[in-house]
Design a protein around this ligand. Structure first.
Ligand code: ADP
Ligand code: ASP
Ligand code: MG
Length: 815
């Protein structure tokens, strides 16, 4: 004898029912089969909705009814296309009875638990009848038996308790005499001793199957559903979740109690003492291994087995000085809840006894508050305790596994992973069995939390990074291309799963929680992108609430820089080539550094100085290892170096500047480079990173531009002054030539002071032969007093800047 149960999704359509039929006929070739079925997928909810509409005098209940009717009639027609009149007539009679019941609810506008059970029983009665008839129409030796005649309960409507003595003997007696190869039983529904319709609780068809399996002492109970077993986390919330091959009864109970809906929690009880294994299988993938739940559990010594969640939790806190040291508070509190039939899901009490905190289903919160406030009315009026505090929109997440108790550091790992991602933990509970560590968090954070914990405990330490890029011009575009090209390498070699979850240019923005494919990202951004705003981008990144989020600023825009603080406060890392924030007022720079520290969110800006050259990282490493910077000498402007390397008595200053702009070596406004402001910002950042507190105004800047060039109002005006003042620039060149020197724009930092300006560099100096758009930085430190540490190479250009940004992103991944 075999007992199989098929859930709502397995019998949710005629196509799926056909799968079920073929599984059953195959099993029936070798053994007698008992098959418990749920209502057609979603029907129980639809019946309850129709009932609630009727109860609230909303005549739309008739539409809801028609919808339920059509679903069933269509399934019959598809499964039994010919000679189906008798079946359709029977189904119609049942549907008529259902309609009468709904009309009755509408008339008296009342839906008691008793009537509710009667209402939902139609779901399983119809599905089991239709499946039984389908089997018969295909020649199987099958029948449908109404399990209400077998399973007897008390009158606790909507979640009745089984009378096993009567039920077991009913089942045994019936199947001893049955001659059918396949028997279809409706799950979930039962009858009370006094003959009223009852149900076993939502999801209770699993339980029906377990009751039958235990009564008949079969070898194995099979639960067929829409996923391939019990997973390490709900596969609908965590894409990377994996089926767990083996679980102990205790682990399965714990997982299901804490939200793994795939198994209705009481299901384990009847089969546990008889040690009947439960096999969870997938109707849509019958060959998948599935999960075996047995006394042996798993021999794999993986401490944590799964992560679950329960939504719609309210957290209630009873607190007050009058509670300390006085016995009886907890007893009165929980007695009150018991009297109200309110189930307590989680409890914590601080050892100071100053407060007791407990989690319950949100729908019970109002009743719980008024009952407890009434119970403690006297103490509240004497200010011994405070009125009970209720917080809603919360969820419980739980990490579960039998052998967590023999492993140290699991809760540390769990809470530090959540903390790093800014997930606020409202309450914690860990049972003495240590089979379960639970935390209450905001409902909004659940998906993120499940994914973080799944990554930490089950994904071989592959870290997912979710990158959001603003500014996909020249540099941004190269960055996206580099990411696209390197993704596989990063996953295989650095265990980083790098995903671009958001992109924006100045007009459009585009997001994807699962990461954009990047295949045709430019076209996709244009076609599918929504209108971009900086705030809108921030709001979307925040709302997506993905773990290890990184905001990448590839603009030179002040308004973008103004948003870094907001990102960091959400524990979203910031990577920027935009140097405005780092070179703004000292307070701002310090604030961002502090926020980065406080919220555990890196703020990296390597590309602010020397594009892709590892200047800031090197400097940070020197300082971190205890060295002290005494002086920095540097050529930090790729654009100015390009200009002065190409300017001589055979070229025109205007032409050279124009060419630098055309090749993308200057800022959009070339005055930012030529006035020295850009270089001043860079040496300011290096000075600050060396530990000196200074502002841009503290940097001495001797301009080399002509008087009119300095005064020009617009970029166009400025270019005109370059033409008009050619002689001024030729004079600079002539002087350097006469001194056998090269013109270089130099930044210096010495003993706490910084300056920038054009210099004549004599032959033999390390700056003399600096070519093209190269940068050079010389660090003189306590450990490098005479021969400086030198970093040299291309200091501008889209590709090298993009790779500098990329390096910062990877630093965060390795963090
Ligand atoms: P059925 O209709 O077959 O009884 P249910 O909807 O009751 O199916 O249960 C199956 C669903 O349980 C899955 O589709 C999945 O979304 C959910 N689920 C939640 N947690 C888990 C988990 N840890 N493993 C597998 N499924 C889970
Ligand atoms: N149909 C019932 C429900 O939806 C029972 C079940 O599916 O197990 O809760
Ligand atoms: Mg179920």
């Amino acid at each position: 004898m075999k007992v199989l149960k098929f859930g709502g999704t397995s019998v949710g359509s005629s196509k799926n029912i056909t799968n079920v039929v073929s599984i059953l006929t195959k099993y029936a070739q070798t053994d007698k089969v008992i098959c418990v079925v749920s209502a057609v997928g979603g029907i129980t909810d639809k019946l309850l909705e129709a009932g609630q509409l009727a109860q609230s005098k909303n005549s739309a209940y008739t539409d809801a009814f028609t919808n339920i009717k059509n679903i069933h009639i269509n399934i019959v027609k598809e499964l039994i296309p010919t000679d189906n009149e008798a079946v359709i007539n029977y189904v119609n009679t049942k549907l008529e009875a259902l309609k009468n019941l709904l009309d009755g609810i509408y008339l008296i506008n009342e839906l008691s638990p008793k009537t509710s059970d009667k209402l939902v029983s139609f779901g399983e009665l119809l599905s089991s009848y239709i499946i039984g008839e389908t089997l018969k129409s295909q020649g199987a030796n099958a029948e449908r038996k109404n399990s209400q005649e077998l399973i007897t309960t008390n009158s606790n409507f909507t979640k009745a308790e089984v009378n096993y003595t009567i039920t077991n003997s009913n089942i045994q007696e019936y199947f001893e005499n049955s001659t059918f190869d396949i028997t279809i039983l409706p799950g979930f529904i039962s009858k009370s001793v006094t003959g009223e319709i009852t149900t076993l609780g939502r999801g209770g068809s699993d339980f029906t199957a377990a009751i039958v399996a235990a009564a008949l002492k079969v070898e194995q109970l099979e639960i067929w559903t829409d996923v391939s077993g019990m997973y390490t986390a709900n596969p609908k919330m965590v894409k990377q979740a994996l089926p767990i091959n083996k679980l102990s009864y205790q682990e399965a109970m714990e997982l299901s109690h804490f939200g793994a809906k795939v198994l209705y929690p009481p299901t384990v009880q009847p089969v546990l003492s008889l040690q009947i294994p439960i096999h969870i299988k997938n109707t849509l993938e019958p060959d998948a291994v599935g999960t075996i739940i047995s006394k042996d559990g798993s021999n794999v010594n993986n401490a944590a087995k799964g992560i679950t969640n329960i939504s719609n939790i309210a957290l209630l806190t009873l607190q007050g000085n009058g509670m300390v040291g006085i016995p009886g508070f907890s007893r009165r509190l929980f007695q009150t809840l018991a009297q109200e039939k309110i189930n307590v899901i989680l409890i914590t009490q601080a050892s100071s006894e100053h407060s007791i905190c407990f989690g319950i289903d949100e729908k019970d919160a109002v009743a719980a508050k008024s009952a407890i406030d009434a119970e403690f009315e006297n103490e509240i009026s004497l200010n011994k305790i405070d009125p009970i505090l209720v917080e809603s929109n919360l969820s419980i997440i739980a990490l579960i596994g039998d052998s967590m108790k023999s492993h140290q550091g699991i809760s540390g790992k769990m809470f530090s992973a959540l903390g790093k991602n800014n997930i606020n933990i409202r309450a914690i509970a860990q049972g003495a069995s240590e089979r379960n560590i639970s935390a209450i968090i905001a409902q909004n954070d659940v998906k993120k939390a499940l994914n973080i914990l799944h990554e930490v405990f089950f994904e071989g330490n592959i870290k997912q990074l979710n990158v959001f890029i603003t500014g996909v011009g020249n540099v941004g575009e190269r960055l996206v291309e580099q990411i696209k090209q390197q993704r596989k390498y990063l996953k295989d070699n650095l265990k980083i799963n790098l995903r671009v979850a958001g992109l924006s240019n100045s007009r459009k923005m585009l997001f994807d929680t699962d990461g954009l494919s990047l295949k045709n990202w430019k076209e996709q951004l244009e076609q599918d992108g929504e209108t971009a705003t900086l705030e809108g981008f921030y709001e979307s990144v925040k709302k997506l609430n993905l773990r290890n989020s990184v905001f990448v600023d590839v603009t030179a825009n002040k308004d973008v820089a103004d948003l870094y603080a907001k990102y960091l406060k959400q524990s979203i890392a910031v990577v920027a080539c935009n140097k405005i924030a780092c070179s703004s007022k000292l307070e701002k720079y310090k604030e961002l550094k502090q926020l980065s520290y406080k919220y555990n969110a890196p703020y990296l800006f390597e590309t602010n100085v020397g594009a892709g050259l590892p200047v800031i990282d090197t400097l940070n490493n020197l300082i971190a290892s205890g060295d002290k910077v005494t002086s920095i000498q540097a050529v930090l402007s790729g654009s100015l170096n390009f200009v002065f390397n190409n300017f001589n008595d055979t070229t025109k200053f205007y032409d050279v500047v124009k060419q630098a702009a055309a090749e993308g070596y200057t800022e959009p406004d070339p005055r930012i480079d030529l006035s020295g402001v850009d270089v001043a910002r860079k040496i300011l950042i290096l000075a600050r990173e060396s530990g000196t507190e200074m502002n841009l105004e503290d940097i001495e800047n001797t301009p080399f531009l002509s008087e009119s060039g300095l005064k020009s109002d617009t970029v166009a005006d400025f270019y005109e002054t370059l033409v008009a003042d050619e002689a001024h620039y030729q004079a600079l060149y002539a002087s350097a030539k006469a001194n056998n020197s090269q013109l270089k724009y130099v930044a210096e930092f010495n003993e706490g002071k910084a300056k920038v300006g054009l210099k004549e560099i004599p032959e033999g100096h390390p700056f003399y032969n600096l070519e093209g758009k190269d940068n050079i930085v010389m660090f003189y430190t306590q450990r490098y007093p005479e021969q400086p540490m030198i970093i040299k190479g291309a200091g501008a250009g889209a590709d090298v800047t993009a790779s500098g940004l990329f390096a910062d992103i990877i630093r965060i991944g390795n963090n």
